[in-house]
Design a protein around this ligand. Structure first.
Ligand SMILES: C[S@@+](CC[C@H](N)C(=O)[O-])C[C@H]1O[C@@H](n2cnc3c(N)ncnc32)[C@H](O)[C@@H]1O
Length: 281
């Protein structure tokens, strides 16, 4: 018998999950404005109850908790034990926040417990997205609302393409994944996202483009920024798999490619293109 999302559970509890923990502050600095923008759309009110899907290291859960206040509550759910350990540490002493280590696709949520569901990049990893969103919808009150952000295609995201094109001058292209494979770009097609949510019973589905400058590595020099890109960024897997003799030459290529987007004050800034998705149960 296969366990649902077993591959992702292994992935987010292995090197990737540990790397997100190691580089938590750099990732949070980059993604924070985007999450706040989606939260503004969701407009949590004091006293409301929020479910944060794929909450990772818990920063969005903390921010949501600040918005709903002590009378409200936030539940962060995630499959990654190392990331949830960080989340629990940050939320220590905050009784309005709880974290659950479970798969949002199958977890037995309390029915109609939440006023809203939020996610910052935590919903593109389900093996069966319709089942997952049907399950998530069951946790929402009839008057509830959902908002999340996800990546638009890799090709329209300079944050992804600029370092990758440089690395590909020396490395072979990684195998193409079939469209909609669980992963960062599973929800790159707006029509598909709408179809998934509609099949899961959601109504008033709206998928709107969201543009955000992504600032990575404020305070770091260019060499250190590229090293972080190799560990946690869009070229991580590619460079990890490369032979030893190409490790430094690839880094040199990427340094040259991202130099025009680097400043000592802000680090590397490249454009990011996302979908903001909203719906009602
Ligand atoms: C790209 S990270 C985003 C983390 C966090 N939301 C953030 O923005 O920093 C994706 C997160 O989704 C979680 N995740 C993936 N599949 C999941 C599932 N089936 N149920 C719950 N969480 C899941 C991963 O463990 C990971 O923490």
């Amino acid at each position: 018998m296969t366990i649902d999302n077993a591959t992702q559970i292994e992935f987010w509890n292995g090197e990737t999950g540990r790397n997100w923990v190691t580089h938590d502050s750099i990732m949070e600095a980059m993604l924070q404005p985007l999450g706040e923008s989606v939260m503004d759309t969701l407009a949590p009110q004091p006293g409301e109850h929020v479910l944060d899907i794929g909450c990772g290291c818990g920063h969005t859960s903390l921010s949501l908790a600040g918005r709903v206040g002590a009378e409200g509550s936030v539940t962060g759910i995630d499959i990654s034990a190392p990331m949830l350990a960080v989340a629990s540490y940050f939320a220590r002493g905050r009784s309005s926040i709880q974290f659950v280590e479970a798969d949002a696709q199958t977890h037995a949520f309390e029915a109609e417990r939440y006023d809203m569901v939020f996610s910052r990049f935590g919903v593109m990893f389900f093996e069966d997205p319709v089942t997952a969103f049907t399950n998530i919808r069951s946790a929402l009150r009839a008057s509830g609302r959902l908002a999340f952000c996800c990546w638009r295609p890799r090709a329209v995201n300079p944050f992804m393409t600029v370092p990758a094109m440089a690395a590909l001058e020396l490395l072979p292209a990684p195998p193409e994944m079939p469209p909609r494979t669980p992963g960062p770009f599973a929800f790159e097609e707006a029509d598909y996202v709408t179809a998934v949510l509609t099949s899961a019973g959601f109504e008033s589905v709206a998928v709107t483009p969201l543009q955000q400058q992504l600032t990575f590595g404020r305070g770091l020099n260019l060499t250190d920024i590229v090293e972080r890109l190799v560990q946690i960024g869009p070229i991580a897997q590619m460079v990890r798999d490369a032979p030893e003799e190409l490790q430094q030459p690839v880094r040199d290529k990427v340094v040259d490619a991202v130099k025009p987007f680097y400043s000592e004050d802000t680090g590397m800034t490249l454009d990011g293109q996302f979908w903001q998705v909203t719906a009602r149960p």
